[in-house]
Design a binder for this molecule. Structure first.
Ligand code: GZL
Length: 331
């Protein structure tokens, strides 16, 4: 009577399993279905808010990249308030996350909470925006754009556009959030370039807080004060430029023709405005930091050394290139 084949098979299977498991362990690999529980990395992320198209794309990039990387993401939206970010960071410390990352809404006021993270031995990554702390041991790396260079790119484009302009070039400026790194640095880079020629004059400059609504409101005030005396609008982001375009049209003027408009981010709304002939140029500021952040988080947890500064490479898009570029855009 042939022995019970099923029983024979199951013994063979078990033996084979044992050999395979031993080999897998020896090789450091893990068999499907026998994955040994590896603790998931937990990342606490405090986001500025949801103030602009750029921020939305940045949040989407971080959430998608965490999922792809198998990292557990604890995400907090600070609604553009520093006190909410500080609260979130303290909560991450209490939860003993593996790494904390955040985009600081403003440059200053972070030393105390970052010292608390350091005391708790939780590494911190700055994404998108920097802090102005003198103690650079309070964070492992700062990854994001060079905002001063973005401002220089905007200035160089304007100087070239106006090279044959003889008279005064009167500029109004919509600044980003007061005290934020992008607002401080984009102003600095732009002024560094235009100061070479005294014909360029910034006649009005005020914050629009990176939002469409505030950008429109402030541009309405500029138009009321300056009438037809505005030649150029320099907006620190596309959302404020798009709000300002509405105000310019409601004032009976032609955006990008009566008033040359320069902005920064190069989000979808900017390409749509350029294709419609209402925005002259947008300097790229990529929000797609998610994959780089997750790589850095994994490297930090693995004990690897990472550069103190990881800079995103970016371009500039004048309206003449917008239609061709738009289909290729990822945000
Ligand atoms: C820049 C980012 C800025 C964007 C704005 O990296 O911090 O914040 O330019 C966003 O659109 O609100």
């Amino acid at each position: 009577m042939p022995q019970d084949r099923t029983a024979l098979n199951s013994i063979a299977l078990n033996r084979r399993d044992l050999v395979a498991a031993a080999a897998a362990l020896a090789l450091g690999s893990v068999l499907p279905g026998q994955a040994f529980a590896q603790k998931k990395i937990v990342l606490g992320f405090s986001q500025v808010g949801a103030e602009s198209e750029w921020r939305t794309a940045n949040t989407e990039s971080i959430k998608a990249a965490a999922k792809d990387a198998g990292i557990e993401l604890k995400f907090s939206d600070a609604q553009q308030k520093q006190e909410n970010q500080i609260k979130a960071i303290r909560a991450f410390i209490a939860q003993k996350v593996d790494v904390i990352a955040f985009s600081p809404v403003v440059e200053s006021g972070w030393d105390n909470v970052l010292r608390e993270a350091k005391a708790a031995k939780i590494p911190v990554v700055l994404t998108d925006r920097a802090v102005n702390s003198k103690d650079t041991s309070l964070y492992v790396t700062f990854m994001g754009s060079d905002f001063v260079e973005e401002g220089r790119k905007a200035g160089r484009w304007l100087v070239d556009k106006m090279k044959d302009q003889k008279g005064e070039v009167r500029i109004v400026e919509l600044q980003g959030t007061v005290g934020s790194a992008p607002a401080i640095d984009r102003k600095k880079g732009f002024e560094e370039i235009i100061k070479a020629d005294p014909k360029f004059k910034i006649v009005r400059s005020q914050t629009g807080d990176f939002t469409r609504a505030k950008g429109k409101e402030v541009m309405e005030a500029f138009l009321k004060a300056e009438g037809k005396g505005i030649n150029v609008l320099y907006a620190h982001n596309d959302d404020m430029a798009i709000g300002a375009i509405q105000a310019i049209e409601e004032a009976g003027l032609k955006p990008a023709k009566d008033i040359t408009i320069i902005s920064i981010d190069a989000v979808k709304g900017a390409f749509e405005a350029m294709i419609a002939g209402k925005l002259n140029v947008s300097v790229e500021c990529s929000p797609l930091l998610g994959p780089q952040l997750m790589t850095a988080v994994k490297d930090i947890v693995a004990g690897k050394t990472i550069p103190k500064r990881i800079e995103t490479v970016e371009s500039i898009f004048p309206m003449e290139t917008a239609a061709a570029e738009f289909p290729k855009r990822k945000y």
